[in-house]
Ligand binder design. Structure first.
Ligand code: NAP
Length: 487
């Protein structure tokens, strides 16, 4: 079944999953409603896997493992490359599906599909370049031969904010490495994951190499999968809280873990920055996905000489954004994922205001259907307010004033997170010096967007363990095997 680029039709069965995807077959069922965040109404229902279905997915991944591991790298590469081509051909339909179930603006959804597909192209290329090693020991005692083998069956758990890209960033390297996988997407956005399972099957991925399950019991289901000794890898993207729980769970069976967790990115603007460039970057860093991104700028620190002009410029740009359903091509800021998200953002803003912050634009939940929060700018925010310490995950930009470089670095680091940060200055020496002082895995220097399949994505501190993408991303799915050789 192929999704075409026809206008969205909520009754179109092509938009709906046909069941759990296990062993190359659909296993029909229901139990998890998928809600359109623009209207707050269900658009589809997907199956609710229990432990038996989860273990059936492990069986399927195990049955496919030997064959996929033995598939020549070139052949794996060509299948991944077909998946890239197919996603690109179906980009418009996939973007519509993402905009429908996630709520993000169609322009953001198109950007996500292009980004997501690139992981298949990148790992199609990397699949043929898995290197080994051969050398003599320093003492001359023997030869060292190192091979890289697929790590084994992988459990991939993904969040709702990038339903395609978070899945391809894991599936691409896992398949390139020769692993079979079980993907558990977020309950809010399962349709994109199921659509990609169909694309993979159409492109020649053998049955059982990719399995997709949805569940309302992620804890027990994950526990059952990780408790199966055949499963050797957990790759998780989501909140730091759930990541901690899963690390503890994985410890019981000593499963290798990669963790892409939450963020609280500082966005630093120095007096010598190009103001327009900083505002352009701020809009991208804050408003991609309406602020629902782990890399989203969560705190704007602006030096006192440029502070007022920055606040005025940011407020003007934020107020001009068109808010509406993601599926409307004119929309620039879609709804939040759930009503609970709106309530959380509202709580953070109200608390900041109670502590003395001033709302420059936005700041009130609109009446009517859907889970909307307006683009909002706050100034005079107290550094101790919860909005400075929690992920906002919405279209709210709190702006803080600073005086010196040292103060900016100190403020930037006052968080348990360390995923992303942004620095704007025309003085490259200063920008690099400040970047060295910031505790983060990724820094945008005069750029509001850093994600790229060829670059290592990941965080330090409570933002995670390991890196996805880049030349090292595939190593998470490989195990080094050392042979001590005499000949
Ligand atoms: P979440 O609540 O942690 O959920 C993420 C995934 O974990 C979902 O599939 C969820 O399933 C599953 N899950 C929840 N509880 C679980 C449990 N006890 N055992 C096993 N799985 C469980 O996060 P989210 O709200 O979807 O996503 C937003 C978070 O992800 C933010 O913190 C954001 O910063 C982070 N994120 C990080 C990155 C990165 O690369 N660092 C990228 C994107 C997002 P259900 O949906 O069924 O509950």
């Amino acid at each position: 079944m192929t999704l075409d680029a026809a206008p969205l039709d909520y009754a179109d069965p092509a938009l709906h999953a046909q069941g759990l995807w296990i062993g190359g077959k659909w296993h029909p069922g229901g139990g998890i409603p998928v809600i359109d965040p623009a209207r707050g109404l269900p658009i589809a229902e997907v199956p609710d896997a229990g432990i038996d279905a989860a273990l059936a997915a492990v069986d399927a991944a195990d049955a496919a493992a030997a064959g996929w591991r033995a598939t020549p790298h070139r052949q794996r590469s060509e299948i991944l490359r077909r998946m890239f081509t197919r996603m690109t051909e179906e980009a418009e339909a996939l973007a519509r599906l993402i905009a429908l179930e996630n709520g993000k603006a169609l322009s953001d959804a198109r950007g996500e599909v292009a980004y997501a597909a690139e992981f298949f192209r990148w790992y199609a290329e990397e699949a043929t370049r898995i290197a080994g090693e051969f050398r003599r020991t320093p003492s001359g005692s023997h030869n060292i031969l190192v091979d890289h083998e697929p790590i084994g069956i992988c459990l991939l758990i993904t969040p709702w904010n990038f339903p395609a890209a978070m899945a391809t960033r894991k599936i691409g390297p896992a398949l390139a490495a020769g692993c079979t996988v079980i993907l558990k997407p977020a309950s809010e956005t399962p349709l994109t994951a199921y659509a990609m399972a169909r694309i993979a099957a159409d492109c020649g991925v053998p049955p059982g190499v990719i399995n997709v399950i949805t569940t309302t019991q992620p804890g027990p289901v994950t526990s059952a999968i990780l408790g199966d000794p055949r499963v050797r890898k957990l790759s998780f993207t989501g909140s730091t809280g759930v990541g901690r729980t899963l690390l503890a769970e994985a410890a019981r069976s000593v499963v290798s873990c990669s963790m892409e967790l939450g963020g609280n990115a500082p966005f630093l603007v120095f007096d010598d920055a190009d103001l327009d460039a900083a505002l352009d970057g701020a809009m991208v860093a804050k408003m991609r996905n309406a602020g629902e991104a782990c890399t989203a700028a969560n705190r704007f620190y602006v030096q006192e000489g440029i502070h007022d002009a920055f606040v005025a410029g940011l407020a003007a740009r934020m107020a001009a954004l068109k808010v509406g359903p993601g599926t409307d091509p004119a929309t620039q800021c879609g709804p939040m994922i759930t009503r609970r998200s709106v309530q959380k953002i509202d709580r953070l803003v109200s608390d900041a205001v109670a502590r003395g912050a001033r709302i420059v634009t936005g700041g009130a939940v609109p009446p009517g259907e859907g889970f909307y929060y307006p683009p909002t700018v706050l100034e005079n925010v107290m550094p101790e307010a919860p909005i400075a310490h929690e992920e906002i995950f919405g279209p709210v930009a709190p702006v803080y004033r600073f005086r010196t470089e040292d103060e900016a670095i100190r403020l930037a680091n006052t968080t348990e997170y360390g995923l992303a940060a942004y620095v704007y200055s025309r003085d490259l020496a200063r920008a690099l010096r400040v970047s060295r002082g910031i505790e983060a895995g990724m820094i945008g220097v005069n750029r509001g967007l850093m994600s790229d399949p060829a670059a290592p994505f990941g965080g330090v501190k409570q933002s995670g363990l390991g890196r996805e993408g880049g030349v090292t991303g595939i190593l998470d799915f490989l195990e080094a095997k050392y042979l001590a050789v005499d000949f």
